[in-house]
Unconditional design. Structure first.
Lengths: 113, 114
């Protein structure tokens, strides 16, 4: 059974600060790691799908790295803005017949103007 | 490309009443998911369909929840009778079948059970 963990659980930063959070997952039988952003009153939005060890992906001010050997991924936000306030979720698919995503509990980010 | 559609967006009912949610996935997506999210927790998968067959419903409270995906496209999720603890956001998502395929989510239905 996969166990995906995220830290910290919540984070409060000032506008302009850079921040990062962690997603930890079992390193064996790795296929992919997904990052999603969920803003209040909206539906979760896919950010990245990470597949290869050493992957680094970027979308605007948000970037993510992947270390499959040690089982972690970092999400970075450079120069946080109030509109970045959201819950950031990571998820790993299990490789069984159902291929369902195993979700972390998320990191709730609040950016104060 | 149209996204995942869900209705209604909000629903308030009293306990012991019934409620149904509807989802229309992205065209061509064979896999459809229903999630329940309670505040402060990660999404909990209730049921996963591959075309019109159930792949996983291990966390669906089958005594009160039911779901169907007739013709492998639209899906409905029903709760009968509702309990107070069913208050949550119900999300529908769809994807292709691969392990690396992104799930695309609908806007969700916020259910309040009084």
């Amino acid at each position: 059974i996969l166990n995906v963990e995220q830290s910290p659980q919540s984070l409060h930063v000032q506008e302009g600060d850079s921040t990062n959070f962690t997603c930890s997952f079992p390193s064996s039988n790795f296929y992919a790691l997904h990052w999603y952003r969920w803003e209040t009153a909206k539906s979760p939005e896919a950010l990245f799908v990470m597949t290869l060890n050493g992957d680094e992906k970027k979308k605007g001010r948000i970037s993510a790295t992947l270390n499959t050997k040690e089982g972690y991924s970092y999400l970075y936000i450079k120069g946080s803005q109030p509109e970045d306030s959201a819950t950031y979720l990571c998820a790993q698919p299990n490789a069984g017949n159902n291929r369902k995503l195993i979700w972390g509990l998320g990191t709730s980010l609040a950016v104060n103007p | 490309e149209a996204g995942v559609a869900q209705s209604p967006r909000y629903k308030i009912i009293e306990k012991r009443q019934s409620v149904a949610f509807w989802c229309n996935p992205i065209s061509g997506h064979a896999t459809l998911y229903w999630y329940q999210q309670i505040l402060g927790q990660g999404p909990k998968l209730l049921i996963q369909f591959q075309n019109n067959g159930v792949v996983d419903d291990s966390q669906l409270p089958k005594d009160r929840f039911s779901a169907e995906r007739l013709k492998g496209v639209d899906s409905t999720l029903k709760i009968q009778p509702a309990k107070l603890e069913d208050s949550a956001v119900y999300l529908c998502a769809s994807s292709f079948w691969g392990l690396r395929d992104t799930q695309y989510f609908g806007p969700g239905t916020r259910l309040t059970v009084l």
